[in-house]
Ligand binder design. Structure first.
Ligand code: AHR
Length: 514
């Protein structure tokens, strides 16, 4: 039998031509943080560039396999990924979207100019019913962003009634005539989007006044209370949050929002495939700032919900996040607005973001990556009949191990910012995500389990030595997850991490000591 040390020697390698760091992480399974709600791994789809039209929605184009107009390959990949919740139709687009444009017979729907994203003409082929069909295919919860910027409370409340009233009203009958006999029962409703910018350029006080006016009319149908999500800050803008809640308080509105959604983008200083070591580390450093922003915004919400004497809980969401590189005009010309190639750098970013959400699972209720296809940090890129899984797709898939688990504390022997960890457990197994963002150092990682023993550990690796490497339409499998060696002993397990890598470990817990 091979001894523990020898087994580790087999997996922990040291290369003379490269710096190898040693990291030790202690996992405290009993030191719980909070449940990693599946919604923390949520997504976002906008009418923007080729995200919806040409990406998810291919219409009745017979040359691209589809399910009632929805790209079949995308559905298959996304089902495999697991989309817990999907936000739609924007983004900026939401505040110029009138939901009635997207219902009824396809041929009768108006053609509209998308004023936010290049003035392109949209035929409204993808509307509420098509979105709901997509959610059903993906088993995703729908999250609809309502129009506050250019819409009315009446229009918004009617959309809720159309979706959620079972029968008996004119609007529910219209939905039934349009093919949906059963109500959609949509729980999540966003009351506007980025009201501080494209959603109306409002002050927090102006938005609070509108929020109250709209929320007064956004009601329960058939016993389902809408879960209302107010527009939160850009990044960690604390003035927006404090002033919004102070203004709500002054209006003595009895109902605080269920959720408050911040947006946190990780801006980059290069175009997608021309990052340098400096711009790479710069962009990846934004995830530490995002973690701080989440904690500070959480504290603001806690303070305001107590202050109002209502002692209620306001959920915090990050309903847009992800990398935002400098746009490449040629890419945008070819593939639509905000198209950016997705690289190994983005996979690292995805895993860093997930680690932040897992470590702050008690503070967060939903997070939505921007966006689902072809826009910003996307899991899928499409062109004609091609549909390619990006490195971000695989990072999400690997991190999916944590969904629904209890996140717990980890203790590390270094505070090296280029090494990121999160851990969680279910009844019998433990999920770990490790990220090495260094381009010039590998890492030997010892995982020690406090008061628990393992009897099996399976590791998966996502890695490429070039952070600008990507999966293309010609070469779709440049970056894919690989089985990775790991060894266990009585104390825990060990893995070797090459530079620029993500390793997930799924370990079975044999025994937990008292
Ligand atoms: O995701 C792209 C855009 O970013 C969204 O439309 C907007 O909400 C944000 O500024």
């Amino acid at each position: 039998m091979v001894s523990g040390e020898n087994k580790f020697a087999l997996v922990l390698s040291r290369n003379s031509s490269m710096n190898t760091e040693d990291h030790e992480v202690v996992f405290h399974l009993r030191d719980e943080i909070g449940i990693i709600k599946p919604e923390l791994h949520g997504h976002f789809l906008e009418h923007l560039g080729s995200a919806t039209y040409g990406g998810i929605w291919v219409g009745k184009d017979p040359s691209i396999p589809n399910i009632n107009g929805i790209r079949k390959q995308a559905v298959e990949y996304l089902k495999e990924l697991g989309v817990s919740v999907l936000r739609w139709p924007g983004g900026c687009f939401a505040d110029d979207y009138h939901w009635r444009d997207g219902i009824g017979p396809q041929g009768n729907r108006p053609r509209r100019v998308n004023i936010w994203w290049g003035n392109c003409i949209e035929d409204n082929g993808f509307g509420t019913h098509e979105f709901m069909e997509l959610c059903t295919l993906l088993n995703a919860q729908p999250y609809l962003a309502g129009n506050v910027g250019s819409g009315s409370p009446r229009e918004f409340r009617d959309w809720i009634e159309y979706c959620n009233q079972g029968s008996g009203s004119t609007l529910s009958d219209e939905r039934r005539t349009n093919g949906a006999l059963e109500p959609f029962r949509v729980k999540y409703w966003g009351v506007g989007n980025e009201s501080w910018a494209c959603g109306g350029h409002m002050t927090p006080e102006e938005y609070a006044a509108l929020y109250v006016r709209f929320a007064t009319y956004l009601r329960a149908y058939d016993g389902l209370d809408p879960y209302l999500i107010a527009v939160g800050p850009e990044g960690n803008n604390q003035a927006w949050s404090n002033r919004f809640f102070a203004a709500l308080h002054n209006r003595q509105f009895p109902l605080l929002p269920n959720g408050f959604a911040m947006h946190y983008y990780s801006w980059g200083q290069s175009t997608s495939i021309s990052y340098t070591i400096e711009t790479l580390q710069d962009q990846l450093a934004t995830f530490a700032s995002m973690e701080k922003a989440i904690q500070e915004q959480r504290a603001i919400l806690d303070r305001h919900s107590q202050e109002d004497g209502k002692n209620c809980h306001i959920d915090l969401l990050v309903d847009e996040w992800g990398t935002w590189d400098i746009a490449n005009p040629q890419n945008e010309e070819e593939h639509g607005r905000l198209w950016q190639q997705n690289t190994m750098k983005d996979a690292l970013a995805a895993a860093l973001g997930m680690n932040v959400f897992h470590r702050n699972a008690d503070s967060l209720s939903m997070c939505n990556l921007a966006q689902l296809t072809n826009v910003l940090q996307t899991p899928l890129i499409t062109q004609g009949h091609h549909c390619v899984r990006t490195p971000t797709y695989y990072a999400f898939k690997m991190c999916g191990l944590h969904k629904g688990n209890m996140s717990f504390q980890v203790e590390r022997n270094t505070d090296e910012t280029c090494f990121s960890v999160s851990a969680s457990r279910s009844e019998e197994s433990v999920a770990i995500t490790l990220v090495n963002t260094k381009h010039n150092a590998s890492m030997n990682v010892r995982c020690i389990f406090h008061k628990a023993r393992l009897n099996r550990a399976v590791a998966t690796l996502l890695h490429h030595s070039d952070f600008n490497a990507c999966n293309t339409f010609e070469h779709p499998d440049v970056i894919t997850p690989q089985h990775h060696p790991t060894a266990i002993d009585d104390a825990g397990c060990a893995v070797h991490m090459p530079p620029l890598s993500i390793v997930t470990i799924n370990a079975r817990v044999l025994q937990q000591d008292e």
